[in-house]
Design a protein around this ligand. Structure first.
Ligand code: ATP
Length: 424
């Protein structure tokens, strides 16, 4: 048909152990991928033969084949090429080693491997986590995925850390299914903004994860895969050590950095296996603006869903008197004014009540589960997020965009530094 003549259709024959990589940058461009013959996978999720997968702007994809395959790409990509050199054999060996640990954990009725993936920015940490999780579920395992990547994380909205039970492979175009994730609010896009708080919620998440593992036998044997953020120097490195201790990790996979690998070998007890892995040549570096766009996109999806899976959020007014609004972190007191026994950094993890004001406009707020009115709020996981779309100082009302209709599950709201301009 004329329609087909207009759209570019290309066929690729891939040898075993190679991958087709493509990127879409242009806005409003759509590209369709079809597996014509053979077997292939995208970051560990198998393609169904003959099914058409849709990709849109921002997609950076690798279609890997162990056995060889024929692929068809319809539409305009900005970059595409076939790569014969990939680290997939090494990634798959890691999976095999983890699987052996799971089998032995099953035999002895103990906890399966807790694995942490570390490395600088843009080395494919999230992608490696996805591959390992997908391979695990394809073997019938039910691992927990813990995401500590605040800015580019895959659970909930940016500015949070969380855990997700993985029960089926990630969808090729939409990632892992987000059913009942466990989410802790941090409120900034980078950990350095409040290192004391970051450390505190990591400990809290670790405690909850350990409790959850104990009550689910299948997950206990399957273990945990932890994704971290690219902050690996100075205080960032200390956070990695803290994370390793808090989660009692058994394995640390270091992507692409020998220095970090050597530091960890030096500082981590011997019973933890530290493994250095190469990054894939396909991993695409993301600019600051691409990262900020990805964060926006993530928030938009939180409220409105995706192309394939639209969500319909609610918008409603709420009286100032009906809610209690907080932020975390009080202004620092000079040392001489500190109450006895209080450390200077303690103020960073204090809850401060705010009077609603015009400055809240466009900000995200975590809706806390906590019934209490004290610092417990910081340590409790959150129900979800709302966005302030209007502040009416005269009538003392704010308008909220919310995934759920009124009433809110709780009246305690905690400020996030992240903002979202609702253009719907
Ligand atoms: P961050 O710095 O945010 O922590 P990261 O190290 O977790 O980044 P990823 O998010 O895994 O890196 O990868 C960066 C981008 O590269 C992603 O968009 C991913 O889809 C893409 N990518 C990863 N591996 C490949 C590959 N083999 N071919 C093409 N693109 C890839």
């Amino acid at each position: 048909t004329t329609e087909d003549k207009k759209t570019l259709v290309q066929e690729f024959k891939l040898d075993p152990d190679s991958e087709l990589r493509f990127e879409i940058e242009s806005k409003n461009e759509k590209v369709y991928l079809v597996l014509k013959s053979g077997l292939a996978e995208v970051f560990g999720t198998e393609l169904v033969k003959g099914k058409s997968y849709e990709f849109t702007s921002g997609a950076k994809v690798a279609v890997f084949t162990w056995q060889g395959c024929t692929l068809e790409l319809k539409g305009k990509t900005d970059v595409h090429y076939v790569a014969k050199e990939t680290p997939m054999i090494m990634y798959s060996n890691c999976h095999a080693a983890l699987e052996l640990m799971r089998i032995s954990a099953e035999k002895d009725n103990v906890k399966g491997p807790v694995t942490m993936v570390v490395g600088p920015c843009d080395v494919g940490k999230s992608t490696l986590c996805r591959i390992l999780l997908n391979y695990a579920v394809r073997m019938g395992r039910r691992p927990l995925f813990v995401d500590l990547d605040l800015g580019q994380g895959q659970i909930s909205v940016p500015g949070t850390i969380g855990a997700l039970l993985v029960e089926r492979p990630a969808s090729i175009d939409e990632g892992f299914s987000q059913e009942a994730p466990l989410v802790y609010h941090f409120g900034h896009k980078a950990p350095a903004a409040n290192a004391a708080l970051f450390s505190m919620i990591i400990s809290q998440l670790a405690t909850t994860v350990k409790e959850r593992i104990e009550v689910n036998k299948k997950t206990k044997m399957s273990g945990v895969i932890i994704n971290t953020c690219g902050w690996i120097k100075g205080l960032g490195y200390k956070h990695l050590l803290h994370t390793a201790t808090a989660f009692e990790v058994d394995v640390i996979l270091v992507l692409d950095q020998e220095r970090l690998y050597n530091e960890l070998v030096r500082d981590i007890p011997n019973f933890v296996k530290v493994v250095l892995l190469p990054k894939s040549g396909g991993v695409v570096e993301r600019s600051k603006s691409a990262r900020s766009e990805a964060r926006d996109q993530r928030i938009r999806e939180y409220f409105y869903g995706t192309l394939k899976n639209s969500l319909y959020p609610h918008s409603f007014d709420i009286k100032w008197s009906e809610i209690r609004v907080y932020k975390i972190g009080a202004p620092a007191l000079p040392d001489s004014c500190l109450p006895l026994g209080m450390k200077a950094e303690d103020h960073l993890t204090k809850l401060v009540q705010l009077t609603p004001n015009a400055g809240l406009l466009h900000h995200l707020f975590a809706v806390s589960f906590s019934e209490k009115d004290d610092d417990e709020i910081i340590n409790s996981h959150v129900a979800g997020f709302v966005c302030v779309t209007n502040v009416d100082t005269e009538r003392q009302l704010i308008t909220l965009l919310s995934p759920q209709p009124k009433p809110l599950p709780n009246n305690v709201l905690i400020l996030s530094e992240l903002q979202f301009m609702d253009s719907h």
